[in-house]
Design a binder for this molecule. Structure first.
Ligand code: GLY
Length: 374
């Protein structure tokens, strides 16, 4: 490994040894200060495209590094679940995560940890991580270790044991219901990840499940004279699931993506018919992202959130035609606000026939058993 400060000397030496060959640099601040003797110096955008195309497909060594980062994250998440009953503040959760990462010789976390309890779980990039757990139902813990410059990106959502009464696993029926929906969203979406699949279609599947399940709970409603298609057109599920289903993962937590292509026919038809929400997110969660290819590593991270600001804004706009609020039963929503948020996120390697889940942090029953020491 070389430090950036060595670049200047390396470029000069290389240009002296190869005076007729061009030098490509990716960024203006890589241009050497000392005037070069070489004939050509390109600040090449096309080189960046080529590098991104290489970076987006991970080789076996890179996959092992991401897997190793995930093993460390898994150990840290496991340790937090096993100790949760002793914790009183979000800071202890974030602190133990770093402790385990460093103890297992990771240089640290791949991004700022999010340890949000109660309503903080509904703030997507909450990072204060300093509030008491008392009186709150759930924690959203989005925390991933880095290994040898490669990232892992892992989210788990779990009940706070002190909020659970009478030998139950969940602090409320509402928390259990929302966890079960997000779990279904994630399981069905992961099962669709394979070479050739369109990630934007998988993202649509997550929204379709959210729509079906939130209608069942009575959180969403179809007013007289409307149809399900009207709810899809208004993108009402985005009120509760406002981010993309996932992103590329590698050297960066939001890793580079391949160049966009044209919008595939099947997505264009669905869009034309108004059969899907069209809001795009980070690649590959865009209409024109190329199909998934073997060797890509992506996150699959559906979530449902009850964000007070978003809910109040939707309520204020509910009488406007085509507003999201028109399709929301706000009295029912109020019962769910204390759940905060639920997100479940794994890192998934795309393969020819399907996928390999690189994340081993406990979720579902295994997660509950650890929390309650069973
Ligand atoms: N999980 C961190 C992020 O995607 O921003």
């Amino acid at each position: 490994m070389e430090y950036f400060s060595a670049l200047e000397g390396n470029v000069l030496r290389w240009s002296q040894a190869n005076p007729s060959l061009p030098i490509y640099i990716l960024h203006p601040d890589q241009r050497p200060v000392t005037p070069l003797t070489v004939a050509y110096l390109y600040e090449s955008k096309s080189l960046k495209h080529a590098m991104d195309a290489c970076r987006v497909i991970k080789d076996e060594h890179e996959i092992q590094l991401i897997q190793r980062a995930n093993r460390i994250s898994g150990a840290a998440h496991r340790s937090i679940l096993a100790n949760l009953r002793h914790f009183k503040n979000e800071a202890q959760i974030a602190g133990l995560f770093i402790d385990v990462c460093l103890s297992l010789r990771s240089k640290g976390t791949a991004y700022q940890t999010i340890a949000g309890s109660g309503s903080n779980g509904a703030t997507l990039h909450y990072t204060r991580n300093n509030e008491p757990l008392a009186g709150r139902q759930m924690v959203v813990l989005d925390a991933g270790a880095e290994w040898s410059c490669y990232a892992s990106d892992v989210t788990r959502s779990f009940p706070i044991p002190s909020s659970v009464i009478g030998g139950e696993d969940w602090p409320s029926r509402e928390a259990e219901q929302i966890y079960a929906i997000v779990q279904r969203m994630q399981e069905e979406c992961i099962s669709r990840v394979k070479e050739g699949a369109l990630f934007f279609s998988i993202h649509q599947r997550a929204h379709a499940i959210a729509l079906e399940e939130l209608l069942k709970l009575g959180i969403l409603r179809i007013p007289r004279g409307s149809t399900k298609a009207d709810l899809i057109k208004a993108e009402v599920t985005a009120l509760f699931f406002p981010h993309g289903l996932g992103h590329h993962l590698g050297l960066e937590v939001h890793d580079v993506s391949p160049d966009s292509g044209t919008i595939p026919v099947e997505l264009a038809i669905e869009r034309e018919k108004g059969l899907m929400s069209v809001t795009e997110h980070r690649p590959p969660c865009t209409l024109s992202a190329p199909p998934l290819a073997s060797g890509m590593v992506i996150t699959v991270e559906p979530g449902l959130y009850f964000n007070r600001l978003a809910i109040d804004q939707a309520r204020a706009e509910r009488d406007e035609p085509n507003s999201k609020g028109r399709f929301v039963n706000f009295d029912v929503v109020e019962r769910y606000v204390d759940v905060g948020g639920v997100r479940i996120e794994d890192d998934v390697l795309v393969t020819k026939d399907g996928n390999r889940n690189l994340t081993d942090a406990p979720k579902g029953k295994e997660m509950l058993d650890l929390i309650y020491g069973r």
